[in-house]
Ligand binder design. Sequence first.
Ligand code: G3P
Ligand code: CA
Length: 338
Amino acid sequence: MIPRTLFLAAALLAAVPATPASDDGPLVIAHRGASGYLPEHTMESKVMAYMMGADYIEQDVVLSRDGHAVVLHDIYLDAVTDVARRFPGRAREDGRYYVIDFDLDELRTLSAHERVRPQTGQARYPNRFPAERALFRIHTLDQELALIRALDTGFDRDTGIHVELKDPAWHRQAGMDIADVVLDVLDSHGYRRPGARVFIQSFDDLVLEQLGSGAGAGLPLVQLIADERWWPGTAVDYARMRTPAGLAEIANYADGVGVWLGHALATPGDDGKTGVTTLVDDARAAGLAVHVYTLRRDALPAGIDSFEALLELVYGRLGVDGAFTDFPDLARQYLDRR
Ligand code: G3P
Ligand code: CA
């Protein structure tokens, strides 16, 4: 087996990192790290994103049973770790393994791998890092922020972080306040100063409203807008959020919106070409920054035949303030060429 530290070392040895944008340029936001190349939310993936010149690096956060902020996308463990093999019998009745049922010390023993579909074990993106190579580890938000700070010190940079509070309502039902925990970690790393390069994002409007008017006042907040078809019965009115009136309401508590690519782009017409909707313009008219998610070279929207064309549509025609991408190197190179 290849020692896992080899990946981190190889990433660190990669000569000089690509240069991030100036503060006023459109942002390259590394979605779960350089997740097109290395398993999402691993330290190795974050180092690679850093070296590729990402302006901001994303951290999805969930809580462990003992209350630690862990960098993982799902409230479940089974799509990206070997939990079923390591802890047989710890699944709930629905067959899923929940992060919140494990202490951090247990989570640290798991091996992490490329995302698979838990039902089949098949890789979510088949041409990415081999899913059977579980060479990686789970880490905390505290560890990741320390990593970024250390790299910034070495390279004299100020890389941003884009922290998503995953499912605050779920955590609240379990008696935990994920916003409080994350704010404590941000405090301990000095992100509560004016001008700090940090965004807090969530699909949950209530947690952002509470943050903005309370403990998180002054932190840039980004309301993620979902498609209601993803979560039937959701209490959040995402359809209204996409209207000018809804965007005006968001502007009362947030600084920006995270817009799904499927809502920013129009369905291809008879000519087969993809157009754009008014959503990005409407959001900007409401005074909101717009960060679009997610640009993937290996999952292009209908009617778009190359990643370059997608980058041009999103950064060029739509003129977004930032884009989440699994391929931060390609976005960086595109923006550098402009
Ligand atoms: O947070 C922006 C984007 O990451 C939202 O989608 O599901 O990848 O967290 P998701
Ligand atoms: Ca996210």
